[in-house]
Design a protein around this ligand. Structure first.
Ligand code: SR1
Ligand code: MG
Length: 424
C-alpha cells in the first residue's frame, strides 16, 4: 500500500513506486531497478502499464481523475477503481478463470495490478483483422449467465445481494456516463456527439423519430430501476481479450446492478457492428463473406449459450428468494418452474434486443465510437458501414417486443447490409 497522496504513475517512476509490493517482486523479480514499464492504454478512461521484469510481466491499470478521452474538463472519481476491483473479485468467484487474476490493489492510488495475459489482444482488434476465436460464443454466453444469475436474487442470499446492491449503487459517476451516453445523447445534438459526415440525413431522421426516442427512454428506465443482477456494465468487444481459444473479460469499472439484458445486449450488438464493419476492412467486395458469417454466428451463439447456461443454473442453483422450489418442484410441479424460466428468459430477450439497438446508435452517433468503424479511413466507405447498422439498431429497439429469436436478428442485419450494398 502506497500511503502517499494519489499520483498518476509514469513509465519512468512505476518500477520504483511499485517495487515495494512483495507480490510484484515475486512476479517480476526481486530488483525493481531491473523492471521496465510501458504505458499502453488506448481506452477512454485510464492508464494501463505493462510491467516487465526478469521473472515475468504484469499489467497495472490506474484510474485518472478525469476522462482520458475528453481531458481534465471532465472530472471522474478515482473510486471507479474500487468498484472495478470489487467486480473483478466477484466475477472471478462466479465464473472462475474468466477474468485476469488480481495481484495487488491500492485504493488510494486507484490502482489494480493483474495478470499479464500472454499473446492476448483486444478482441475488437481481432474482429477488425478478420481473426476467428474458437469457443468464443460459448465462453461469453456462459460468462454472462454465470455472473448475472449468481449475482441475482435467483441465487444469492438476500442480505448479501442487498449489500452488493448498496455497494455498487455508489458507482454513480460511471452510471451517469452510461445513462447519458447510451440512452439520451445519441438522440439529440448533444455537445460531445459526433458522426461521420455522410450520416447527417440518417442521424436527423433517427433524432426526429418520436417512437424511437420514447423506446430509448423506456430502456433507460429499465436500466435505472431494474436492479436484477450485477452487470459488467461495459461489456463490448474492447472489454474482452483473446488469444486463440483463450478468452478473458476485463474492465468492469462500470459495474452496477441493472437488468440482465443490458450486458447480453451490449455484447451481441458489438458483434453485429463487427459484421457491418467488414465492408470497410475487406480487400475486395465479398472477400470477408466467410468472416461475416462467423461474426453473425458468434452473435447468435452468445444468446444460445447464455440461455442454455442460464437454464442450467436455474435448474441446479436456484436457491435465492425468487421462484423458490417450494412453490414448484417441491409440490410436484417441475413444469411450472420451467414455465417461469421461459418467462424470465423471454423478458431478458426483449430487454437485450432494445439494449442492442441503443448500443449500436451510441457508438455511431454519440461520443464514444468503436474502432470497428473508426479504423475505416475513407469517410464515405465508413458511412456505408455505419448506415445499415443504424437502421438495424432502430429495428431492434422498435421491434424488441416482436422479434422472436437470433435467426431473425441475423436476417435483419443481413437485409440491412444487402440494402446498402445490393451488389454483394
Ligand atoms: C466518457 S467514457 C465513454 C465510454 O467509454 C467507456 O469504455 C464506456 O463505454 C463509456 O460509455
Ligand atoms: Mg473500459
Amino acid at each position: 500500500m502506497d500511503d502517499r497522496p494519489y499520483a498518476p504513475l509514469t513509465a519512468a517512476d512505476a518500477p520504483a513506486r511499485l517495487g515495494g509490493v512483495p507480490t510484484l517482486r515475486r512476479l517480476l523479480g526481486p530488483e525493481p531497478a531491473a523492471w521496465t514499464a510501458a504505458e499502453v492504454g488506448d481506452g477512454n478512461l485510464n492508464l494501463v502499464f505493462i510491467l516487465e521484469g526478469p521473472a515475468g510481466k504484469a499489467v497495472a491499470k490506474q484510474a485518472l481523475p478525469y476522462v482520458r478521452l475528453v481531458g481534465e474538463s471532465w472530472p471522474l472519481p478515482l473510486e471507479r477503481s474500487w468498484f472495478e476491483w470489487n467486480a473483478l473479485t466477484r466475477h472471478a468467484a462466479r465464473d472462475p478463470g474468466s477474468v485476469p487474476a488480481v495481484h495487488h490493489f491500492d485504493r488510494g492510488q486507484a490502482l489494480i495490478v493483474m495478470d499479464y495475459l500472454v499473446d492476448h489482444v483486444i478482441l475488437r482488434r481481432s474482429l477488425i483483422a478478420g481473426l476467428e476465436h474458437p469457443g468464443l460464443a460459448g465462453f461469453l454466453g456462459r460468462f454472462c449467465a454465470r455472473t448475472l444469475f449468481r449475482s441475482s436474487d435467483l441465487a444469492m442470499p438476500a442480505a448479501a445481494r442487498k449489500a452488493d446492491l448498496a455497494l455498487f449503487a455508489a458507482n454513480v459517476a460511471l452510471l451517469d456516463i452510461t445513462e447519458a451516453l447510451v440512452f439520451t445523447d445519441p438522440y439529440f445534438a448533444a455537445p460531445l456527439n459526433r458522426h461521420t459526415p455522410g450520416l447527417d440525413p440518417l442521424a436527423a431522421e433517427l433524432r426526429a423519430d418520436a417512437r424511437l426516442k420514447i423506446e430509448a427512454q423506456h430502456l433507460k428506465s429499465a436500466f435505472c430501476s431494474n436492479a436484477e443482477a450485477l452487470l459488467h456494465g461495459d461489456l463490448h468487444t474492447g472489454s474482452i481479450m483473446a488469444a486463440g481459444d483463450r478468452i478473458a473479460v476485463i474492465d468492469p469499472e462500470f459495474a452496477a446492478y441493472g437488468p440482465m439484458g443490458f450486458d447480453v445486449g451490449m455484447l451481441i450488438a458489438n458483434f453485429l457492428m463487427a459484421f457491418h464493419a467488414q465492408s470497410g476492412h475487406e480487400a475486395r467486395p465479398g472477400a470477408r463473406d466467410p468472416y461475416r458469417a462467423w461474426t453473425l454466428g458468434v452473435a447468435a451463439d452468445v444468446w444460445t449459450e447464455f440461455a442454455a447456461e442460464f437454464a442450467n443454473l436455474w435448474r441446479t442453483e436456484r436457491r435465492g428468494i425468487l421462484y423458490p422450489a417450494a412453490l414448484y418442484e417441491d409440490q410436484g410441479q417441475p413444469e411450472a418452474a420451467e414455465a417461469a424460466l421461459a418467462d424470465r428468459l423471454a423478458a431478458i430477450w426483449t430487454d437485450a434486443l432494445g439494449f442492442m439497438g441503443v448500443e449500436i446508435h451510441r457508438r455511431i452517433l454519440g461520443l464514444a465510437h468503436n474502432a470497428d468503424f473508426e479504423t475505416v479511413a475513407d469517410e464515405s466507405r465508413r458511412a456505408a458501414c455505419e448506415a445499415p447498422a443504424l437502421r438495424l439498431g432502430r429495428r431492434l429497439v422498435l421491434g424488441r417486443r416482436t422479434i422472436r429469436d437470433m435467426a431473425e436478428v441475423v436476417a435483419l442485419a443481413r437485409a440491412e447490409d444487402a440494402a446498402q450494398s445490393p451488389s454483394r
